[in-house]
Design a protein around this ligand. Structure first.
Ligand code: NAD
Ligand code: IPM
Ligand code: MN
Length: 351
């Protein structure tokens, strides 16, 4: 088994180092190979996703990804910006299903942005479509006849794209509490109306799952009013991006939420995938040794589970993180004083 490790920019390398310590401690005999991605790759090789990096990802059993994004690169032509690396990987590798779980950790209820009694009920999974939507439509800026500048991004979903993510979400709900909420904006957007129609068609194959629909504006409100009502949420690329950052603060910190991006390719032990924290490169705290590495470590746990079939080891890593949090080991993002490597130490001790 071989894991391609792409640390990326900002806090990416700092948190990746802690995840790799955990992997080493598990002593599973898994090979790792490291490659440049994002702004780091642009500065060295002139492209945020060099062909060698994409090849390495392609030939691996799973990809562990830190974060990309560098303020120095914000004015580059779009195709050269660091963010294109993660979008390029998701699309080139056919990783259309993004699982973003958000669960309250015992002892952390008081750190949620919500009241503890509201936050304690959080146990949800956002299933975000990752290969379509306004992210991948035609986009440009142009000058209109009257001289005004205009920017546009074409939003669309084809029915097969909706169908395949709906199947992933229904199956996830079957393995959980059996409730699926599809989030859209069907009252305004035709893209969303098609989304809703197709989700309803797919629902016929899952009579054991209770399906509901919610407009995204209401979903944002319900997520802070009563997040405990949600089991699985399925939604498009853009809404899923926004709602998952919001869900992270319901749990307590964006430094806690992991994710898996899965496609159809099988590894022999599971499904090939790319695993990354939901947060970005956090340039404001990069290089200061204070980033929370837990989302990265929990992403490694998801990798072990989904791509390598190592459920027991995945659960072991997750338990070590939960115990560190229950013992009050937190960094600045959660009101504590532990640095990145101290949080790593605490997880390793409990492993
Ligand atoms: P961000 O998630 O990087 O940071 C938002 C805030 O959360 C910052 O204050 C940051 O310090 C904090 N934060 C994030 N992760 C943390 C952690 N592990 N521990 C403690 N605090 C943490 O979002 P942003 O500031 O909007 O974006 C910064 C850059 O990252 C941009 O270039 C953006 O495009 C990129 N980005 C990349 C990814 C990715 O690689 N998948 C995801 C989101 C944003
Ligand atoms: C994420 C990020 C990315 C996204 C950006 C960096 C392209 O915000 O992984 O959540 O919007 O998908
Ligand atoms: Mn995001």
């Amino acid at each position: 088994m071989m894991i391609a490790c792409l640390p990326g920019d900002g806090i990416g390398p700092e948190i990746m180092a802690q995840a790799l310590r955990v992997l080493a401690a598990l002593d599973l005999g898994i090979e790792t190979a490291i490659a440049d991605v994002g702004g780091t790759a642009y500065k060295k090789h002139g492209h945020p996703l060099p062909p060698e990096t994409l090849d390495l990802a392609r030939t691996s059993d799973a990809v562990l990804f830190g974060a990309v994004g560098d303020p120095d690169c914000d004015n580059l032509e779009r195709h050269l910006r660091p963010e294109q690396a993660i979008l390029g990987l998701r699309s080139a590798l056919g990783l259309f299903a993004n699982l973003r779980p958000a669960t309250m950790f015992k002892g952390l209820e008081h750190m949620s942005a919500l009241k503890p009694e509201v936050a304690s009920a959080i146990d949800l999974l956002i299933v975000r479509e990752l290969n379509g939507d306004v992210y991948f439509g035609e986009k440009a800026q142009r000058v209109l006849e009257d001289g005004r500048r205009q920017g546009f991004d074409f939003m669309s979903y084809a029915e097969d794209e909706v169908r395949r993510i709906a199947h992933v979400a229904f199956r996830a709900a079957q393995g959980r509490k059996g409730r699926l909420c599809s989030v859209d904006k069907a009252n305004v957007l035709e893209t969303s109306q098609l989304w809703r129609d197709v989700v309803i068609e797919v629902a016929a194959e899952y009579p054991d799952v209770e399906l509901s629909h919610m407009y995204v504006d209401n979903a944002a409100m319900q997520l802070v009013r009563n997040p405990g009502q949600f089991d699985v949420i399925v939604t498009g690329n853009l809404f899923g991006d926004i709602l998952s950052d919001q869900a992270s603060m319901c749990v307590g910190s964006i430094g806690l939420l992991a994710s898996a991006a899965l496609g159809e390719r099988q590894t022999g032990k599971g499904t090939f995938g790319l695993y990354e924290p939901i947060h970005g490169s956090a340039p404001d705290i990069a290089g200061q040794g204070k980033a929370n590495p837990m989302a990265m470590i929990l992403s490694l746990a998801m990798l072990l589970r989904h791509s390598l079939g190592l459920e027991e080891q995945a659960a072991r890593v997750e338990k070590a993180v939960s115990r560190a949090l229950a013992d009050g080991i937190t960094g600045a993002d959660l009101g504590g004083s532990a640095g990145t490597s101290e949080v790593g130490d605490a997880v390793l001790e409990r492993l």
